[in-house]
Design a protein around this ligand. Structure first.
Ligand SMILES: Cc1cc2nc3c(=O)[nH]c(=O)nc-3n(C[C@H](O)[C@H](O)[C@H](O)COP(=O)(O)OP(=O)(O)OC[C@H]3O[C@@H](n4cnc5c(N)ncnc54)[C@H](O)[C@@H]3O)c2cc1C
Length: 469
């Protein structure tokens, strides 16, 4: 292998940058790392902007503090590696509500993404059906099987628990429907427990017992100043050459490694690399893989995505309840699917002139038409619906921002992880110096993406023949 190694990372989101940091830490000294990002900015779905003088997230807002296994999450570990651990802040108010039957009710505690371990605790918002969650003498989930979250929970606890609790909570993350989303991918801890437990309630309790949470330990964190600081710090620490406005349009295997075709069609540039981390969403990944590994490309490209828009309003002195925000079940018939009372939830944010920032998420999988209106109409609709849910007319916003995320949230259907494993295995056999990473494969959350990038970096180091550490 020629020295120094040249590793190309395609995609400058958090996955690609986590891969770059891991390569810097573990690949031999002098390894040349280049990140190619098609847009003018790094970060992908991590984008801190500003409204009314306040930093506000126009994309992802926070990360889970804990790993499902109980330790600190990989996002926290990355912040620590980047010297940002002391900059992690937590919500001042954790309690959120559900907008049901035209009013707001606190989201019941003690559930796993809405799936209750104690039925009595959820009756304020949903009535579980009696006696369906019976022990049939075998585990809920057969070895190797997957099922949609909705199908499992409906059969055991009834429609209300899905429609009024699980669906809005999953929808808050994926903008998708519980009836479509894979249990194994979206709720891995519950899926693990379901392979041994005979009832759903017992599986929830077993999953919770497997990763007990210290009382009062914060669930979520973000960085003071915004998540773009994580992006910038990762780019700097990686020592990578960052190429912005540099779309990779073609990947070609060569005798020594890879040739990347970069930039506009009329003025393409050819660059050589020994290995490639492909850290882009599934569709661009599939396009780049089509000529190299058509079967893997077809599998990867079949993943569907939901589109959403985030509408942020700066409101003068609004009367907001002491909540972090609320989720809206699809059955309520509103455009808004979730809202965050940003300045209430995050106490570290100042409120100059009493301005409050309220962010609403709009758009559900399969309802893209609802987003095909002007920004002004979206702002007006969100303002109207917020007033309705809060049962109080809100003051007119002094500023607003609409961030559209077209095709941004992967919809993992049952069997997703098996399909990903098959695509990776096929690719690894033929092209061990090409690794796939990111939200299109391993899961949507920032910690999962960080782990996915780091794992891809390790694969590349192994394929190129060793490590410095
Ligand atoms: C609105 C929204 C809110 C979210 N909120 C949260 C949250 O609060 N907490 C949480 O944990 N997760 C959240 N997520 C999920 C999380 O942000 C994403 O899953 C994660 O950031 C994806 O990172 P990634 O690097 O895999 O992909 P991306 O962020 O999509 O990055 C991929 C990058 O690749 C670039 N690219 C694409 N094609 C090419 C090409 N051909 N050549 C070069 N570059 C290319 C893109 O421009 C992009 O910058 C949210 C997601 C969305 C959309």
């Amino acid at each position: 292998m020629r020295q120094p190694w040249r590793v190309a990372i395609v995609g400058g989101g958090i996955t690609g940058l986590a891969a770059a940091v891991r390569l810097r830490d573990r690949a031999p000294a002098g390894t040349e790392i280049t990140v190619y990002e098609q847009s003018g900015a790094l970060g992908g779905k991590l984008r801190t902007g500003e409204l009314a003088g306040q930093p506000v997230e126009f994309g992802a807002e926070s990360f889970l503090m804990r790993d499902p296994a109980g330790g600190e999450s990989t996002a926290v570990a990355l912040a620590r590696r980047l010297g940002l651990a002391d900059e992690i802040v937590h919500p001042t108010i954790g309690q959120a509500a559900l907008a049901v039957d035209g009013g707001l009710r606190p989201i019941p505690g003690g559930t796993l993404v809405g799936v209750p371990g104690d039925l009595a605790k959820v009756t304020t918002v949903a009535q579980p059906i009696a006696d369906a969650d019976r022990d049939a003498g075998r585990p809920l989930l057969a070895p190797g099987a997957d099922v949609s979250v909705g199908a499992l929970v409906r059969s055991r606890l009834g429609d209300q628990v899905v429609d009024r609790l699980v669906d809005p909570m999953l929808g808050g993350v994926y903008a998708g429907r519980a009836d479509d989303l894979s249990l194994v991918t979206t709720m891995p801890a519950l899926a693990r427990a379901a392979r041994t437990e005979h009832t759903l309630v017992a599986a929830v309790r077993a999953a919770q017992a497997a990763a007990p949470r210290a009382p009062g330990a914060p669930v979520f964190g973000t960085l003071a100043g915004g998540l773009s600081r994580l992006v910038e710090a990762a780019a700097t620490a990686s020592g990578a050459t960052i190429r912005r406005d540099a779309a990779v349009r073609e990947l070609t295997p060569t005798a020594a490694g890879w040739r990347l075709t970069v930039g506009p069609t009329r003025d393409p540039e050819s660059v050589e690399a020994d290995a490639v981390v492909l850290a882009v969403p599934a569709r661009p990944a599939a396009r780049l893989l089509a000529g190299i590994a058509p079967e893997a490309a077809a599998t990867v490209g079949a993943l569907d995505y939901a589109s959403v828009a985030l509408v942020t309003l700066a409101l003068p002195e609004p009367e907001l309840p002491e909540l972090s925000g609320f989720l809206v079940p699809a059955t309520e018939g509103l455009l808004i699917k979730a809202s965050t009372f940003f300045t209430t939830k995050w106490g570290h944010l100042a409120r100059p002139d009493g301005l409050a920032l309220v962010r609403a998420s709009v758009g559900r999988y399969g309802e893209e038409a609802s987003l095909q209106v002007t920004d002004a109409d979206l702002v007006a609709a969100v303002h109207r619906e917020l007033s309705k849910v809060l049962a109080a007319p809100l003051p007119a916003p002094v500023a607003s921002h609409v961030q559209r995320w077209g095709g941004a949230l992967p919809q993992y259907t049952p069997g997703h992880l098996d399909r990903v494993a098959a695509a990776r295995a096929a690719l690894r056999g033929a092209h061990p110096t090409l690794a796939l990473a990111g939200a299109g494969y391993d899961g949507v959350g920032i910690p999962v993406c960080v782990r996915s990038g780091a794992t891809a970096a390790e694969e590349i180091i192994t394929a190129l023949g060793g490590s410095a550490a």
